[in-house]
Design a protein around this ligand. Structure first.
Ligand code: 5RP
Length: 293
C-alpha cells in the first residue's frame, strides 16, 4: 500500500560513503551479467576462490560404474562435503532429492557409449536450456573432443550451449575429453583449454599434466581438474595438491572420491587441499586418521 502519511522519514543516506567496490572473485567473470556471476558465486567458495565438484555422470556412457551402482544411496551423503554436484538430468531427477540444496552442474551433452570406444561422433544435446532452467542448474557441462574426429560437432554444441546459457545467465563448463590413444601433454592441454575458453566456456575441466602452471596461466577462465581413473588415495591428493599449487581453481572429481575406501572422508580430504591450503601429505594424514570412523 503506497501510504503517503505517517511514514518514517528517510534520513540515513550514507552521504560521503563510497559504494562498495567488490572485485568478482572468479577468473574471467568480472564482466558477466548478474545471473552468471550469482551462479558462479554459488559454485566457487568465497574464501578460497576454489570449488570441489563431485562428478557422478559416468553412467551416461559407462553404465553403472563401480561405486555408482546406486546413485540414490551414494550421492546424497556426499553432498555436504562438496561445493557442486555434476550429473545427468536422469540422475538428478531420479536419485538426488532437491532438498540436497547444492548447486548443480548439469551434463548437457550425450556421447557414444563405451561400446563404441571412439570419439568420432561428437555427441548431441542431452539436456537443453529449458531443462537447465527447470532443474535450477548453476552450470551446463559440454564434452568436447579436441584433436579427435568429433571436434567440430562438439565445438558446435559448445557454441550453441554458450549462446543459450548467455540468454539465461547459466555458465558453461567446457570439458576436455582425452581418448585412450591421445597425448596428455602440456602442448595438448594448452591448446584444448584455451580453445574452449575462447569459444565461450566460463569454466574449463581438464586433466592435470606436466607444465600445468603454464596451462592455467594461459587459460582466461578457471580450470578444474578431472580425477581420472582411481588412484591410491594419497596419489589422488598429491595430484589435487599440485593442480591447486599450479593454478587450478578446484577439482571436478569422480572415481577418486566415490571409489575411495571411505568416499566421505576422501571428499573432505580433497576439500582440505582445495579450500584450506593443506599439503597433500597433511590431507592424506587427515584421510588416514578419519577413514572408517
Ligand atoms: C568425462 C567427465 C566425467 O564427468 C569425469 O571426468 C569423471 O570424473 P573422474 O574422471 O574424476 O572419474 O567429464 O570427461
Amino acid at each position: 500500500m503506497a501510504d503517503n502519511d505517517g511514514n518514517v522519514t528517510s534520513k540515513d543516506f550514507g552521504v560521503g560513503i563510497a559504494p562498495p567496490t567488490a572485485v568478482f572473485p572468479v577468473k574471467g567473470a568480472q564482466h558477466l551479467d548478474w545471473g552468471m556471476q550469482h551462479r558462479l558465486a554459488a559454485m566457487f567458495d568465497a574464501s578460497s576462490g576454489n570449488t570441489v565438484m563431485l562428478a557422478f555422470d559416468h553412467g551416461y556412457i559407462m553404465g553403472p560404474t563401480s561405486g555408482l551402482e546406486r546413485l540414490d544411496l551414494v550421492i546424497p551423503p556426499l553432498a555436504p562435503y562438496v561445493n557442486v554436484l555434476m550429473g545427468t538430468r536422469g540422475a538428478f531427477r531420479t536419485c538426488v532429492p532437491p532438498t540436497v540444496n547444492k548447486p548443480i552442474c548439469l551434463r548437457a551433452t550425450y556421447d557414444a557409449s563405451v561400446l563404441f570406444d571412439d570419439m568420432s561422433d561428437g555427441g548431441g544435446v542431452a539436456a537443453d536450456i529449458d531443462n537447465a532452467v527447470a532443474l535450477d542448474a548453476c552450470a551446463l557441462a559440454v564434452q568436447t573432443f579436441i584433436g579427435a574426429p568429433g571436434e567440430r560437432r562438439s565445438l558446435e554444441l559448445l557454441a550453441r550451449t554458450v549462446d543459450a546459457g548467455q540468454r539465461c545467465g547459466i555458465p558453461v563448463l567446457g570439458v576436455v575429453a582425452v581418448g585412450k590413444d591421445m597425448e596428455r601433454s602440456e602442448k595438448f592441454f594448452l591448446l584444448a583449454t584455451r580453445l574452449l575458453a575462447e569459444n565461450g566456456a566460463n569454466v574449463v575441466k581438464s586433466y592435470y599434466c606436466d607444465g600445468f602452471e603454464r596451462v592455467t596461466a594461459a587459460c582466461p577462465v578457471p580450470i578444474v581438474i578431472a580425477g581420472g581413473k582411481k588412484l591410491p588415495e594419497g596419489e589422488a591428493l598429491t595430484m589435487a595438491y599440485r593442480a591447486i599449487a599450479e593454478g587450478a581453481h578446484g577439482v571436478d572429481m569422480g572415481r577418486n572420491i566415490f571409489q575411495a575406501d571411505d568416499p566421505m572422508v576422501m571428499a573432505q580430504a580433497v576439500g582440505k587441499v582445495v579450500h584450506e591450503s593443506y599439503t597433500d601429505v597433511r590431507a592424506y594424514e587427515f584421510y588416514l586418521d578419519n577413514k572408517g570412523r
